[in-house]
Design a binder for this molecule. Structure first.
Ligand code: UDP
Length: 140
């Protein structure tokens, strides 16, 4: 399969603990290349829009509050089978279920403060990339 792209967020629990580099190294070691990256403070409106798919879920309000509790690093990652490759290195949503060697096993604090976001399909990757990046900000 040709190289393609996915979207990643290093979440506030990880930036707070100064783990941006450690998480990025795990992504790079998994064969993903960072082709765009910026550290931002998400607004409530952005966080609500980004997670709109979860708005009926019981954890939605807490999740939005968490995602705006500190800076995040939004990234575009490129590599062969990028969506799956990133999901594999992230590990399960709940760190208690995450496999050894994954980012969430190594770093996540809880099911909510789980250090990273990664797109779950090529279609969502394209939508999420466009949510945060202009085409000219992505340099492959
Ligand atoms: N989340 C949560 N409680 C839950 C499930 C999810 O706080 O019971 C948060 C968690 O930060 C997760 C995000 O909501 O990463 C999105 O959930 P999803 O099921 O899409 O998990 P992911 O794709 O991030 O593994």
């Amino acid at each position: 399969m040709a190289a393609n792209r996915t979207f990643s967020i290093i979440k506030p629990d990880a930036t707070r603990r100064n783990l941006t580099g450690a998480v990025t190294k795990m992504l790079e070691d998994a064969g993903l290349r960072v082709v765009a990256s910026k550290r931002i403070q998400m607004t409530r409106k952005q966080a609500e829009g980004f997670y709109a798919v979860h708005k009926e879920r019981p954890f939605f309000d807490d999740l939005v509050a968490f995602m705006i509790s500190g800076p995040v690093v939004v990234q575009v990652l490129e590599g062969e089978d990028a969506v799956k490759r990133n999901r594999d290195i992230m590990g399960a949503t709940n760190p208690e279920n995450a496999a050894e060697g994954t980012i969430r096993k190594a770093h996540a604090e809880s099911i909510e403060a789980n250090s990273v976001h990664g797109s779950d399909s090529d279609e969502n990757a394209a939508t999420e990339i466009a949510f945060f990046f202009k085409p000219e900000e992505i340099v492959g």
